[in-house]
Design a protein around this ligand. Sequence first.
Ligand SMILES: [Zn+2]
Length: 83
Amino acid sequence: MKAVEKYFEKYKIRYFLEFPEDKICPICNTNEKDYCVLIGIDGTGDGSIEEGQPVHLHCLINRNLRYNREVGVIYYKQTIKRT
Ligand SMILES: [Zn+2]
């Protein structure tokens, strides 16, 4: 994973090697130990600092990310399994 760490350092992306034990990734709903990054949470900033939600790097890349051109937002589309 040295390539990933080099990539983060090149783009000055703050990352963590392990997921915080007291948090849950909003995409996979686990706190599996793996690389994660912090995503700013809407409505928590005071202009200089804001709350961050840890999200697994692999979840950001592998899951059902979508881009909505109309709104200009990248989001995760939760798949609903109907029985
Ligand atoms: Zn995850």
